[in-house]
Design a protein around this ligand. Structure first.
Ligand code: NAI
Length: 338
């Protein structure tokens, strides 16, 4: 028998209008690109998230298989699968949060910008669907190059008249997760105790870890600073090379995406003091988009924090980051406008 894509349809969870068992509030979440290397573990982890009551899994391939598999997990969320463009609108209607890991990943020797040609069009199509079917949803954009795909999404939403800058967030949480891990290694600490702000963007030199602001407070030698900055900036390439053509980071990315999505859902729920780094519309620098810490609330990124004091090394890094970011942002904007 073909897998039933509408598993959970008409269940108690559904009728009670999005309340997970036990009466906790639940949110409706869609993953676009759910059958991919990131999408599958991301779908699994979101199915385990008690804040999620309905989980829509959309892809252009293999969505029924992934949906059948994930739906057997005995957690609260109702899972439904959607296959191909003709089911995109159904996948998106009524969603509170849309997570987008759709698109091709890097192979050795490629930069994230090399993905632009294919992924820009994919992101445009998916965002046109969001503008039409769930214009109020929070969007977590993972597809690379994030430095360009976020501006693309913004332009699509502006064209449709639905753009709310607070609701469009480029996912940079993997850079923070890596920074926490690598810094903890150097300091000999548990990574869970470490908090490294990572600002700028999500590619090469635009990834700017602020090692002078690490918590708990600590100091690094120049050699440690250079080693850590480079390792954090090249973390993605480290994985691409180790996978030898089989893709880029998927498991650590799914983990980082869920950490970020969970923060967005807690903000939506009204929790106080939810703060995470993300690539958003910003007035922190002269650039229209920039990654920095943001406070997540009921309406999305409600506050974008300033960078705080930078040391000389970070100030130089910031100038380099801004130069490359400006070009990537412009490339995204032009893709839609021209
Ligand atoms: P993958 O190739 O394993 O999976 C991508 C999925 O997207 C596939 O299942 C494919 O069928 C689907 N897809 C393609 N076109 C689609 C469309 N029009 N609509 C819906 N789904 C579509 O790739 P992987 O490894 O999951 O990476 C996905 C993206 O995430 C890549 O662009 C990659 O560069 C990016 N990425 C971003 C990171 C970040 O920190 N923001 C970190 C790692 C990867």
């Amino acid at each position: 028998n073909p897998p039933n894509l509408q598993m959970g349809e008409g269940s108690v969870l559904e009728r009670s209008n999005c309340r997970a068992k036990g009466g906790a509030p639940g949110f409706k979440v869609a993953i676009l690109g759910a059958a991919g290397g990131i999408g599958q573990p991301l779908a699994m982890l979101m199915k385990m998230n008690p804040l999620v009551s309905v989980l829509h899994l959309y892809d252009v391939v293999n969505a029924p298989g992934v949906t059948a598999d994930i739906s057997h997990m005995d957690t609260g969320a109702v899972v439904r699968g959607f296959l191909g463009q003709s089911e995109l609108e159904a996948a998106l209607t009524g969603m509170d949060l849309v997570i987008i890991p759709a698109g091709i990943p890097r192979k050795p020797g490629m930069t994230r910008d090399d993905l632009f040609k294919i992924n820009a069009g994919i992101v445009r199509t998916l965002c046109e669907g969001i503008a039409k079917c769930c214009p109020n949803a929070i969007v977590n954009l993972i597809s690379n190059p994030v430095n360009s795909t976020v501006p693309i999404a913004a332009e699509v939403f502006k064209k449709a008249g639905t753009y709310d800058p607070k609701k469009l967030l480029g996912v940079t949480s993997l850079d923070v997760v890596r920074a926490n891990t690598f810094v903890a290694e150097v300091l000999g600490l548990d990574p869970r105790e470490v908090d490294v702000p990572v600002v700028g963007g999500h590619a090469g030199v635009t990834i700017l870890p602020l090692l002078s602001q690490v918590k708990p407070p600590c100091s690094f030698t120049q050699e440690e600073t250079e080693y850590l900055t480079k390792r954090i900036q090249d973390g993605g390439t480290e994985v691409v090379e180790a996978k030898k053509g089989a893709g880029s980071a998927t498991l650590s990315m799914a983990y980082a995406a869920v950490k970020f999505a969970d923060a967005c859902l807690k903000g939506l729920r009204g929790d106080a003091g939810v703060v995470a780094c993300a690539f958003v519309a910003s007035q922190v620098t002269e650039l229209p988009f920039f990654a920095s810490k943001v406070r997540l609330g009921r309406t999305g990124a409600e506050e974008v924090y300033q960078l705080g004091p930078l040391n000389e090394y970070e100030r130089i890094g910031l100038e380099k980051a801004k130069k490359e970011l400006a070009e990537s942002i412009q490339k995204g904007v032009s893709f839609i406008r021209n």
